[in-house]
Design a protein around this ligand. Structure first.
Ligand SMILES: *[C@@H]1O[C@H](CO)[C@@H](O)[C@H](O)[C@H]1NC(C)=O
Ligand SMILES: *[C@@H]1O[C@H](CO)[C@@H](O)[C@H](O)[C@H]1NC(C)=O
Ligand SMILES: *[C@@H]1O[C@H](CO)[C@@H](O)[C@H](O)[C@H]1NC(C)=O
Ligand SMILES: *[C@@H]1O[C@H](CO)[C@@H](O)[C@H](O)[C@H]1NC(C)=O
Ligand SMILES: *[C@@H]1O[C@H](CO)[C@@H](O)[C@H](O)[C@H]1NC(C)=O
Length: 440
């Protein structure tokens, strides 16, 4: 069932890997100073991104590629179960994702800059290291860092990785590997100083990759913002108290204009919040309670059972930074889509790939509001519609959850979060959302 899709995905990744240019754009506009505990965030396709495709893909191709990658991500999200999501190294499925937003981190002493994928639904920190066979050219040079150290076999972190084994004779290093289909990823568990904006995090544990075969590993490191035991949140608990917020710029944004703000300082105070729910079986995911959806001012008739949180089945709603287009379980999506179509009178509906509500004439989208317990998130047209650059086609940027996957999970995705500040406050079990224009 998954094979054609994986093939498509692998080809896409191969393309990304083969075009990966040397990092560090000459363009000074892409140099952004760090300040306080705030990291600049950019879209993978933005002009400052070294991961963007060299030639502009056609708009349709870009959208279809992003939608195709979403399918893999939804499979990954549904595969998360307790025990697997706490390892610091990606499980096979996680490696199949390509990221959509990246942040700049500095690692080692003296600091080396790396762009890492930001992912709120995983706990992983992994980095391509010196001599990595099959990784992108931009690796972390372990030998140039005076604070780098391998994590020994006896360390507790070594019990968290898949297939751990001990290498070396004197001070045995903890190595690991994992395979997925025809891809194998191997590395060692290591520690070094992370510099996040202006904050130093000494002895941060991560997976230091030494070889990648096959075509399914994305070229950059991954910075998981989930809340498992080895996650960034856990490793920096004293510094950031499991609190962060982010604002994702539109993917049309020309530079690093979004932000990832770590820690409780400088977070919005009067932001409306909704309770953050915890699912022990899917411990890294940020579940919230979606209770209704309005199109225009009208509440769409959707039975509440469609949204109900169930820790056993995984049903409910998550806020995810890595999925591009919001997915709603079929009965909810169908009802929202029908209400939306009724508001666009007289225009013929067409489709594009997985999007079933597209128009070839200009349309005015009604606001779509997600009602969460205690919080309404109202989406203006920019978060509701995707337009082709030529303006010839416009689609409702949401879809039904794929039936072959976990059809019980609603995913509020990054296209809908763009230009909003999303606050994750784990100690107070709350998630805030407020409109904020962070696209320049
Ligand atoms: C971001 O890009 C915009 C448009 O190219 C430019 O006007 C702005 O100065 C850039 N921001 C920074 C901080 O360089
Ligand atoms: C992966 O690790 C296991 C256990 O240490 C080892 O037996 C196996 O040969 C390794 N596989 C690869 C492909 O490196
Ligand atoms: C980091 O590790 C080094 C050596 O293992 C140790 O001396 C140092 O105290 C550690 N630093 C912190 C802040 O834990
Ligand atoms: C939650 O899901 C499980 C497994 O699908 C099901 O057996 C149970 O009845 C559900 N609980 C509720 C309250 O619906
Ligand atoms: C959310 O919107 C609904 C319907 O418009 C309204 O009744 C409710 O008071 C709003 N809730 C908040 C917290 O603003």
């Amino acid at each position: 069932m998954r094979t054609p899709f994986l093939f498509l995905l692998s080809s896409l990744l191969l393309t990304l890997l083969s075009i990966y240019p040397s990092q560090g754009s000459d363009d000074h506009k892409c140099d952004f100073p760090d300040h306080d505990s705030t990291l600049p965030v950019m879209h993978i396709y933005s002009p400052c991104s070294p991961f963007r495709p060299p030639k502009a893909l056609s708009w349709e191709q870009t959208v279809l590629d992003m939608a195709a990658r979403d399918e893999a991500r939804l499979q990954y999200l549904s595969s998360l179960v307790a025990g697997r999501s706490v390892v610091p190294i990606a499980s096979g499925r996680q490696l199949l994702q390509t990221p959509t937003y990246i942040v700049r981190t500095k690692i080692g002493t003296p600091a080396q800059t790396l762009l890492m994928a930001m992912d709120t639904s995983s706990d992983v920190a992994w980095i391509p290291c010196t001599g990595c066979v099959g990784c992108s050219p931009n690796v972390f040079s372990t030998g140039k860092s005076t604070t780098y150290k391998a994590v020994g076999c006896q360390a507790p972190q070594c019990k968290q990785v898949p297939n751990p084994s001990c290498i070396g004779t004197l001070r045995k290093a903890c190595s690991f590997n994992l395979t997925y289909g025809s891809s194998t990823i191997a590395g060692t568990v290591a520690q070094d100083t992370f510099k996040l904006a202006t904050d130093l995090v000494p002895n941060y544990s991560f997976g230091c990759l030494s070889s990648v075969t096959g075509s399914s590993a994305p070229p950059q490191g991954l910075l998981g913002l989930g809340r498992g035991p080895m996650s960034l949140l856990s490793q920096t608990h004293n510094l950031y108290q499991s609190t962060f917020s982010y604002c994702l710029p539109s993917f049309k944004s020309l530079n690093f204009s979004g932000s990832l703000r770590l820690g409780p300082v400088a977070q919005p105070i009067r932001i409306k919040t909704t309770p953050l729910l915890r699912n022990p079986r899917r411990s890294s995911l940020y579940y919230v309670n979606l209770i209704g959806i309005s199109v225009g001012r009208r509440l769409v008739h959707i039975p509440p059972s469609v949204f109900a949180f169930n820790a056993t089945s995984g049903a409910g709603t998550i806020i995810d930074s890595g999925t591009v287009f919001t997915r709603l379980v079929t009965p909810a999506y169908t009802a929202v889509r029908d209400a939306f179509r009724r508001r666009i009178k007289g225009a013929t509906v067409s489709s594009l790939g997985g999007f079933d509500t597209c128009y070839t004439v200009p349309v005015r989208a009604p606001t779509i509001t997600f009602h969460f317990t205690g919080l309404n998130m109202s989406l203006p047209a920019d978060n509701v519609l995707i337009h082709s650059t030529a303006g010839s086609i416009t689609c409702l940027a949401m879809a039904a959850a794929p039936d072959n996957v976990n059809s019980v999970l609603n995913v509020i995705a990054n296209m809908q979060q763009q230009n909003h500040r999303v606050l994750i406050d784990v100690p107070n079990s709350r998630l805030g959302i407020a409109r904020e224009l962070c696209t320049k």
